[in-house]
Design a protein around this ligand. Structure first.
Ligand code: ADP
Ligand code: MG
Length: 373
């Protein structure tokens, strides 16, 4: 991988050098898959789930133990979309850039209604996904399963943004997946998703077809001391310096969310040689300003009561007694019953979450901005 100048990388496929720790998580993931367990990794956005899975897959590929396929389900709205994503991932891995196409792959794409065409200039193959094949999803999954089962090495598939399943046209996708997984026990699965509530609904509720089909792994923030060493080393090896106290400030301000810490460090690295607390203040303001167009949409999405409550939670973070008259009066929130309804709705939308009895605005940057409104 080409060395980027800024060591605080913001994409989620990063080489070992720029990846901070997660040693215990990597060990535990390996032990799960080596013991034939499927996994479901969940946690709030930006903690590092996708990045961890990419890193894990790089390690598995290097060890030569598994063949890995990674699909991001965010653009998918149906089972057929997932099948197409899998077909593309298979083509990218086993077909693109290869001189010939194996007969098993030809057979697979025939069943999927896809075709491989050769570019007349480069003579390289390219995949053409056919038109919609409604009603053929189960045959397609079977063909995919047969193809993957026959690979020499064991195949592990990551399905990222799996909470997307909630928006699918078909409501039986979870049960189709369950049957597919049962039929092809050779294939390992890593499901990953951002909305803990939705992900646990899919994998931890007795009534869900995917109940008990994967080990549930919550991803927690990186530890401050791990992150401190990582950040200081990268500053130091580039002739720069950042004091521990500033890293602690960044960590608290970011609530330990990896993406935001990386973003702040990326800015500080670019702008400073000797980082001071004032530099962090300046950069955090700059970052918030970039998000203002996004934040401006929030008041339009919410009722007035919800918006006012959200603002009040950001100011109090963490808020311990949302129904106390002191809180209601201080922020002029009106009747306790109105606030109670608004709070339930904000939690349902996962804009607010509760931890150890305290309430937080889920989006850290939104929260930091609203605090000063
Ligand atoms: N261990 C890590 N070391 C360094 N940067 C990381 C690490 N984990 C995540 N990141 C950074 O944080 C960002 C968010 O991580 P991501 O994996 O996309 O989170 P999630 O999938 O949980 O939403 C990534 O773009 C990456 O730059
Ligand atoms: Mg992700």
């Amino acid at each position: 991988m080409k060395s980027p100048e800024n060591p605080f990388v913001l994409t989620n496929h990063i080489g070992k050098k720029y990846f901070c720790n997660r040693e215990n998580e990597l060990k535990s993931l390996l032990s799960h898959v080596e013991n034939n367990r499927n996994l479901m990794i969940y946690g709030w956005r930006g903690l590092g789930k996708s990045t961890l899975v990419h890193r894990f897959f790089d390690k598995l590929e290097n060890k030569g133990q598994f063949e890995t396929l990674f699909i991001d389900m965010l653009p998918a709205n149906s089972l057929e979309d997932v099948i197409k994503l899998l077909a593309s991932a298979i083509f990218e891995k086993y077909g693109r850039g290869k001189p010939g196409i194996s007969s098993s792959m030809n057979k697979l794409f025939f069943v999927l209604g896809a075709s491989i065409r050769f570019d007349p200039y480069s003579d390289m193959p390219d995949l053409h996904l056919g038109p919609r094949q409604l009603g053929r999803e189960e045959q397609s999954l079977q063909a995919l399963g047969e193809f993957l089962k026959e690979r020499k090495k064991q195949v592990i598939i990551a399905m990222d943004e799996f909470q997307q399943l909630d928006f699918f046209e078909e409501k039986n996708t979870a049960s189709v997946f369950r049957n597919w997984m049962l039929k092809y026990p050779e294939i390992r699965f890593v499901f990953c998703g951002n909305h803990p509530g939705k992900m646990l609904g899919i994998f931890a509720e007795k009534s869900s077809p995917l109940y008990q089909s994967a080990q549930l792994i919550p991803l927690l923030p990186l530890q401050l001391d791990h992150y401190t060493g990582f950040i200081q080393d990268h500053f130091k090896s580039n002739g720069k310096y950042i004091p521990t106290e500033v890293i602690e400030m960044i960590f608290n301000w970011s609530r330990g969310q990896t993406y935001i810490i990386q973003l702040v460090c990326n800015y500080l690295f670019a702008q400073c040689t000797n980082v001071r607390a004032e530099d962090f203040m300046k950069v955090s303001k700059e970052i918030i300003e970039q998000y203002l167009p996004v934040f401006a949409t929030f008041p339009k999405m919410l009722t007035k009561a919800q918006w006012n409550l959200l603002k009040a939670i950001a100011k109090e973070e963490p808020l311990f007694n949302p129904m106390s008259s002191e809180f209601l009066i201080k922020h002029q929130l009106g009747a306790a019953s109105t606030v109670s309804t608004a709070l339930k709705s904000l939690q349902k939308q996962e804009l607010v979450f509760e931890e150890d009895g305290g309430f937080f605005v889920q989006e850290v940057l939104l929260s930091r901005w609203m605090k000063n409104l």
